[in-house]
Design a protein around this ligand. Structure first.
Ligand SMILES: NC(=O)c1ccc[n+]([C@@H]2O[C@H](COP(=O)([O-])OP(=O)(O)OC[C@H]3O[C@@H](n4cnc5c(N)ncnc54)[C@H](OP(=O)(O)O)[C@@H]3O)[C@@H](O)[C@H]2O)c1
Length: 348
């Protein structure tokens, strides 16, 4: 299952809104074939792995990160391919929560195949957090926050400079991360201080370039900013308070969306088709989102330097909590990225 989960990541940036899925075919305890869902609308992982196994799949075990689907969509039902392959046993991590695709296990059992579900379920759910959120919550996108901080929790130095706090490995990883999100957002302060372009510049080209979003209640984004100057080519949204027109930005091709408060603005993004949003700071927007309970995942890049009391805090305005009552998040990943450390945690 660990191998199947690793293969599933190969679809990151390419398969959304579909789930990431990986599969292996086992015979006598050894992997004889592998597959993954590589491109939206193309072969599902099970089908790819079974095709690679060919006749050797007869009597073998299929290990897959999601219950094989039982419906004909852009691709034929995976359960048909599994039955036709002659595998004896299927081990899946997650039940398919998609109402149109589920019941695969029942179909397989009816065909005499042994089915087990649940191995590696926690890791598979963390991997497909965006897909699972989208099915459960139709109101707002999955919201992830990503911040690089010093050891003393600062996101910029006393002059407001944050380039480059993290090292090259972490910055390359951020490019990979961006490719899997529908939208990338920043606060007005960051747009002003860093003049970011919020594009994906790594080796993984996303299937659709993420929408660029600025939380900018008064439409203060400069018409000469990198975002506004490229808004005709790359979709760009500014989220403003009701009544703010943002005519100058509209004239540059920026879409201005009105909403009263963060929850309403996120709902507007969801209504516009954004299922996942990666917020990359800064500290005031991060604090406001945490305070409002609107963050599902936090990617924390911890960088081994000290910026001191004058540096910009990673979070502003998060309300006090006693240790006993402090919300505890669930750590889903810890990893070294060069000299930086990545910690990924999810709201429990
Ligand atoms: N190390 C990192 O990962 C990282 C990442 C990003 C930024 N940075 C650094 O962080 C600094 C900027 O951070 P910051 O905290 O000053 O600014 P910020 O969080 O980027 O932006 C704050 C602004 O966002 C707007 N905003 C819109 N909706 C909001 C809401 N509901 N609550 C709060 N603010 C809202 C407000 O401006 P309006 O009132 O005009 O709407 C507010 O002043 C820069 O120095 C930048 O270089 C570091």
């Amino acid at each position: 299952m660990a191998r199947a989960l690793a293969l599933a990541w190969r679809g990151w940036g390419r398969v959304q809104p579909n789930p990431l899925v990986g599969a292996v075919v086992l015979r006598d305890g050894a992997i004889i074939a592998e597959g993954w869902h590589a491109e939206y609308g193309e072969a599902h992982a099970e089908r790819a792995a079974l095709a690679a196994a060919g006749e050797r799949a007869r009597g073998a075990t299929l290990v897959v990160t999601l219950e094989p689907c039982a419906h004909q969509g852009k691709q034929p039902a995976c359960t048909d391919a599994v039955v036709a392959s002659g595998v004896r046993r299927v081990v899946a991590a997650l039940t398919d929560p998609n109402p149109v695709a589920r019941c695969g296990a029942e179909r397989l059992r009816a065909a005499g195949i042994e089915v087990e579900i649940g191995l590696g379920a926690e890791a598979a759910a963390a991997q497909n957090a965006i897909f699972l959120h989208t099915l459960r919550n139709e109101v707002r996108p999955f919201v992830a926050l990503k911040l690089a901080t010093s050891l003393d929790g600062r996101i910029a130095d006393a002059r407001g400079a944050s380039r480059w706090l993290s090292g090259p490995e972490a910055r390359e990883w951020v490019q990979w991360l961006r490719a899997g999100y529908d939208a990338i957002g920043v606060g007005a302060g960051t747009a002003r201080a860093d003049n970011p372009s919020l594009t994906v510049r790594g080796p993984l080209p996303p299937r659709r370039p993420p929408l660029r979003v600025v939380f900018d209640r008064h439409a203060g984004l400069g018409v000469d900013s990198a975002l506004a100057l490229t808004a005709h080519e790359l979709p760009t949204v500014v989220l403003v308070e009701p009544g703010v027109r943002g005519e100058a930005l509209r004239a540059e091709g920026v879409e201005v969306i009105e909403g009263q408060g963060l929850a309403a603005q996120l709902a507007a993004l969801r209504a516009r088709g954004v299922a996942s949003l990666l917020v990359e700071g800064g500290g005031r927007l991060a604090g406001a989102l945490v305070e409002a309970g609107l963050v599902d995942r936090f990617y924390w890049l911890q960088c081994p330097c000290w910026l001191g009391d004058g540096g910009v805090p990673a979070f502003a305005g998060v309300p006090d909590a006693s240790i006993a009552q402090a919300p505890r998040w669930r750590v889903v990943e810890r990893r070294a990225l060069g000299s930086d450390t990545l910690l990924v945690s999810d709201r429990s």
